[in-house]
Write a protein that binds this ligand. Structure first.
Ligand code: ADP
Ligand code: MG
Length: 449
């Protein structure tokens, strides 16, 4: 199949050709025609399989073919969970709009509010945004959504995980009319919470799922190492970075403060590493991402702030220095490599503190994971006995438990301003005050992930 088979508008087709895309990926083959027919979509496919174009192309087609419902309102809104991802989606969109009459703007938290008001006054056709800031502008009447034709949620499940349900609901309500089409995309859309939310947002959605939700990603070679403690993890890391070949590496840690500490440690070993976390201000975040994407740094140490969507072609290795608390984030973290047909390595260090999170990942992947080891750096730790982790740890049980308890916990979360959940051990962390949308966008996520 070729892009030319979709019957795309002439200029759009020539942009696709100009950018060098010839054959659509599987998700594009299915999602583009379905979206062009006007269906609402819940679409999932593995990381790096081209979901962005699967929504950008039908959006442009619709705008070119249909008359606007309103002269002033945005026609397409694309939302993403993080600013870094919004920027990336925006730059892909710009490749398609720059030779058209369509104006596209980027509205992110952490940037000057009044400048954004001015930008919105110019009546853009496309808005790419993070949900918190966009909802603020909407509340203050800086734009309206009665003419919105397409609402697109990229990494929809993550936006819900981060607590953006309220903002998404507000945006949905402001654009509540018969002609609106809604598209949900992610590699992981199996949550019960996503289903509930989809009922609110979508009309008779078509479900497109390429592969099972968690089918093996053939281009990513996974390796797991047991580790006794922090020192041991650091020794494993040093060994890997010294002895293996890679172009660029992303290392994920559990908390923001760990990113800085670990990056400093690597720099002291004369490695070219840099830390990216929500602790930094936006211009620092932009600088770091830009420098890393240009190859000025070899190693990026970060948190789940960067687990979703980022498409950095030279990342050939991902290291889970700590296992993620939310099992799905493992799929997204390792999906920063092995993109668009290239190969990548994904390593994970599993210490006693990681054990439960590791078991949740194992259950999610529906496979029994065995451990690799490095000569001279073998761990004494062999995993925890099921009773120590306070659960009947057969994979099936953990899996069932994660799936069945997650919606309940999330519901409770809303009531008691719960901002953290550990699906595995059911730990509930209460805060006096809920995190604001701004804090969440700022990446104040230590409590959440
Ligand atoms: P996903 O959202 O599924 O993780 P992206 O949309 O970020 O994936 O795309 C991953 C990479 O694949 C990008 O570099 C993109 O340019 C490339 N890509 C997208 N569609 C195609 C295609 N039809 N042919 C070749 N490469 C593609
Ligand atoms: Mg994506």
């Amino acid at each position: 199949m070729q892009f030319s088979d979709f019957g795309l508008e002439r200029r759009l087709m020539s942009t696709v050709e100009h950018l060098g895309f010839t054959a659509p990926t599987e998700i594009q083959q299915q999602a583009i025609p379905a979206a062009m027919q006007g269906h609402d979509l819940i679409a999932s496919s593995k990381t790096g399989s081209g979901k962005t174009l699967a929504f950008i192309i039908p959006a442009l087609q619709r705008l070119t073919k249909n008359r606007a419902l309103s002269k002033r309102d945005p026609r397409v809104v694309i939302l993403t969970p993080t600013r870094e991802l919004a920027k990336q989606v925006f730059s892909q969109l710009r490749l398609f709009t720059s030779n058209t009459q369509f104006k596209a703007v980027l509205i992110l938290g952490g940037e000057n509010f009044n400048d954004q008001v001015k930008v919105l006054e110019k009546d853009p056709h496309f808005i790419v945004a993070t949900p918190g800031r966009l909802a603020d502008h909407l509340s203050q009447g800086h734009f309206y959504l009665s003419g919105l034709e397409l609402l697109i949620l990229d990494e929809a499940d993550r936006m819900l995980d981060l607590g953006f349900a309220k903002q998404l609901g507000q945006i949905n309500k402001a654009a509540d009319h018969r002609k609106r089409q809604t598209l949900l995309f992610s590699a992981t859309l199996e949550h019960a919470q996503v289903n509930d939310f989809a009922k609110e947002l979508l009309k008779k959605p078509k479900r497109i799922a390429i592969g099972g939700a968690f089918t093996e990603h053939q281009d990513i070679a996974k390796r797991f190492y047991l580790a006794d403690n922090l020192d041991h993890k650091e020794a494993l890391l040093a060994h890997v970075l010294k002895n293996e070949s890679y172009l660029q590496v992303i290392i994920f840690t559990a908390t923001r403060s760990d990113t800085e500490r670990l990056a400093n440690l690597l720099v002291a070993q004369e490695l070219n590493a840099v830390a990216l976390s929500g602790e930094l201000n936006q211009s620092q975040r932009n600088q770091i991402m830009e420098a890393f994407s240009k190859g000025h740094h070899k190693i990026l140490v970060t948190t789940d702030l960067a687990s979703r969507g980022l498409d950095l072609v030279n990342v050939s290795m991902v290291i889970n220095f700590d296992m993620p608390k939310h099992a799905e984030e493992f799929i997204h973290r390792i999906g920063r490599t092995g993109r668009a047909g290239s190969k990548g390595d994904a390593l994970a260090f599993v210490g006693p503190k990681d054990w439960l999170n590791f078991k949740n990942v194992e259950a999610l992947l529906e496979q029994t994971i065995s451990f690799a080891h490095i000569e001279g750096l073998k761990a004494k730790f062999k995993g925890l006995k099921p009773k120590k982790v306070n659960t009947k740890t057969t994979n099936a049980n953990v899996n069932k438990k994660v799936k069945s308890q997650a919606p309940k916990i999330r519901k409770a979360a809303k009531k008691v301003f719960l901002v953290a959940q550990d699906v595995g051990d059911m730990a509930i962390i209460k805060r006096k005050k809920p995190l604001s949308a701004q804090q969440i966008e700022d990446g104040n996520l230590d409590e959440v992930n």
